[in-house]
Design a protein around this ligand. Structure first.
Ligand SMILES: O=C[C@H](O)[C@H](O)[C@H](O)COP(=O)(O)O
Length: 223
């Protein structure tokens, strides 16, 4: 069984005729977007707003019409993957480097639905190094401030040079010995000059679609 496919495809149940849909990034929501493409071919009328250039390309390939922020008043639902999901449905995202656009779109959506294979479900956030997007200017100083907050930042590399996000920024993958208060850490990180945003998504997910111990679909709803 392909767990990512199963949870990814289930999310299309939350998409209705005429909706504006935030399209996440990654290998799980890939299946949501592909299935939405099939439904569009069968006559479903929706508009997508992508969280990355990679997703924009995929949506065009599968035939989902796209819109930009200046053309819409609201996003009805955003669907996206996650790198970690806590029991409170707080998230770490950004393993693919799309965290900033993902957070902008999740915040703008009336409902934010996460698709996560069961390996993403954790008791406590923090085993996955937290992605932090920073502007390249002065990144050496930004790195020091991340260390002062207790992190061990590693500048993400791709093909031997620093990885650049769709926004032209760098990513530090930042391990913390323990994340005692994800809410405080999200805010503290974003107060550092040079930090654009970080991959903590606190209090944002309305539902998380995953599989339970019997490998059946499980919908976890924010309390
Ligand atoms: O930047 C990437 C995103 O936050 C992804 O949603 C996240 O990394 C999960 O991706 P995947 O479904 O490929 O594990």
């Amino acid at each position: 069984m392909n767990e990512k496919k199963e949870v990814g495809e289930k999310a299309v149940d939350y998409v209705e005729e005429g909706m504006v849909v935030g399209l996440g990034t990654g290998s799980t929501v890939f299946y949501t977007i592909s299935k939405l493409g099939n439904l569009v071919q069968q006559g479903l009328s929706i508009k997508g707003i992508p969280t990355s250039k990679q997703t924009e390309k995929l949506a065009i390939e599968v035939g989902i019409p796209l819109v930009s922020f200046h053309e819409i008043n609201q996003i009805d639902v955003a669907i996206d993957g996650a790198d970690e999901v806590s029991r409170d449905l707080d998230l770490i995202k950004g393993g693919g480097g799309a965290l900033l656009r993902e957070k902008i779109i999740a915040k703008a959506a009336k409902a934010f639905i996460v698709v996560a294979d069961p390996h993403k479900m954790v008791d406590k956030l923090g085993s996955f190094p937290l992605p932090v997007e920073v502007v390249p200017f002065g990144f050496e100083m930004t790195m020091k401030y991340l260390q002062e907050l207790g992190g061990s930042p590693q500048l993400r590399q791709k093909d031997g040079i620093p990885f650049r996000t769709d926004n032209g920024n760098y990513i530090f993958d930042c391990s913390f010995p323990e994340i005692t208060s994800p809410e405080d850490l999200e805010k503290d990180l974003n107060l550092i000059p040079g930090v654009v945003d970080n991959g903590l998504f606190i209090g944002m997910a309305d539902k998380v679609i995953t599989l339970n111990g019997d490998k059946n679909i499980s919908i976890n709803v924010r309390k």
